[in-house]
Design a binder for this molecule. Structure first.
Ligand code: AMO
Length: 429
């Protein structure tokens, strides 16, 4: 029976493996094949005089990246990867790879990210690229587990919707029979409606769609958002949960993914300490202004300002007490000073990872905030009605999965941690 390459050790007498030919070296009397599967690389050594003619004939037909299987004797050998090799008694070419390859999977010939994304099926075979997605998998699983353990219910809300949540300009319109519809920018309105439905605590890990004009290294047009909403909670409760979850995801990766971290060269993988430091919006703009990025109250934090403040903080941190004017209509203002609201951003020194807030659960106040932002309450009727029939106070956040992985693994471009990214120029593959 086939076993994962990781499990082939000098202690195995025999093994059957299957995988892709990573590299071939023919030294005359001796052929070396490096065979790769998801779990590692194994040297298959073929002493031409000692193996059967069938095995030799099969090996002649191989090419790099062909899929093969083989079975034979495992021997300890110091110079081979993992200190072992397999000498095959049977050898089958299961699927032949054409030559030349459009991309070098062994990474000896570097390729531009754009080319790599065009030929993603080959790019994803690279151990380094593969490691990113194994880590992403562990991070999202850890986050789900943490939320289930803390009594959150996983939900799936619609992605075809009739109303904008995060501002009208970034919407993708959709041909939806005779109605106006959009791809959802955020599960925001639905997760809040579920608070009225009595779900108490919900989470969703799903796609959000943003018609972002700018093609940057940290924006996607389709991203995965980790969203939560909790009842009888304020913004401070939501922040505590967020920092714990982010720290826990790091902890799990350090615990489970040491091989992948090594492949990525991340031997000093830091687990962020909690609580994360907190500064107010006013403090953030003061820091930026003191360093020459002049901002006044009510301005959004520019990328330059984010960088200045991030350098100063040097760790993950929160920015709180935002001007109500630059946060969405659903945010709860402070009672004693409605100019500022109970919103927060969670920041990595490189960029924003998450936004959240205590929400406005008071119907009349919410209605007036919608009108004050110049929005049409009729569009939001489906969302507003639940506030009339018993809505608990609630808070929540949305955490960008790709930004979390990108900053965690120190990737330079967000596309590196998306299987098939969608950006302004790319809808395929
Ligand atoms: P916001 O719009 O700040 O908040 O989005 C939350 C987080 O989602 C990620 N994100 C993106 N990642 C990559 N490309 C994009 N174009 C993109 N847009 C957003 C970011 C961001 O911090 N409803 C609120 C959340 C809430 O209050 O619960 C919201 O959507 O990491």
């Amino acid at each position: 029976m086939r076993i994962p390459i990781r499990d082939v050790t000098p202690a195995c007498e025999r093994a059957e493996i299957a995988g892709w030919i990573h590299e071939e070296r023919d030294l005359g009397g001796l052929t070396f094949l490096l065979v790769r599967d998801r779990t590692g690389i194994l040297q298959v050594t073929i002493p031409k005089k000692k193996v059967s003619p069938e095995v030799l004939a099969a090996i002649k037909k191989t090419s790099r990246e062909s899929v093969i299987s083989c079975e034979g004797i495992v021997k300890a050998i110091e110079k081979a990867p993992g200190g072992r090799e397999l000498v095959p008694e049977t050898f089958n070419v299961i699927s032949h790879a054409d030559t030349p390859l459009p991309l070098d999977v062994s990474e000896k010939v570097p390729a531009e990210l754009d080319t790599r994304l065009d030929i993603r099926y080959l790019d994803l075979r690279k151990p380094r690229v593969n490691a990113i997605f194994l880590i992403r998998n562990v991070a999202l699983r850890a986050i789900s587990e943490y939320l289930w353990d803390h009594h959150f219910i996983q939900v799936q809300t619609p992605k075809i919707v009739a109303a904008a949540t995060e501002g009208g300009t970034e919407l993708f319109p959709l041909a939806y029979f005779d109605k106006e519809a959009f791809l959802n920018q955020s599960p925001q309105l639905y997760k809040q409606m579920l608070m009225s439905a009595g779900f108490d605590r919900v989470f969703e890990i799903g796609p959000i769609f943003r018609a972002e004009e700018h093609n940057t290294v940290r924006h996607l047009n389709e991203a995965i958002s980790i969203d939560i909403e909790m009842s009888f909670a304020d913004e401070l409760d939501a922040m505590k949960l967020l920092e714990k979850i982010v720290s826990y995801a790091h902890l799990k990766i350090a615990d489970i993914c040491s091989n992948e971290l090594t492949v990525l060269g991340l031997n000093n993988f830091d687990i962020p300490n909690t609580p994360f430091p907190r500064i107010t919006y006013q403090e953030a703009i003061d820091i930026a202004t003191a360093k020459g990025e002049i901002l006044s109250f009510g301005d959004d934090l520019s990328t330059a300002a984010e960088k200045i403040v991030g350098d100063e903080m040097g760790t993950m941190y929160f920015i709180t007490e935002w001007p109500s004017s630059i946060r969405p209509f659903y945010t709860m203002p402070f009672t004693n000073n409605p100019e500022i609201c109970r919103a927060f951003d969670m920041m990595h020194p490189r960029m924003e990872l998450s936004s959240g807030a205590q929400r406005c659960h008071i119907y009349d106040l919410l209605m007036s905030q919608i009108k004050a932002k110049g929005l049409d309450p009729d569009t939001f009727e489906f969302y507003l009605n639940p506030f009339r029939y018993g809505m608990p106070p609630h808070a929540g956040w949305g955490l960008g999965a790709e930004r979390l992985i990108m900053t965690m693994l120190n990737l330079q471009n967000i596309r590196e941690c998306v299987l098939f990214p969608r950006d302004r120029h790319r809808v395929s593959p």
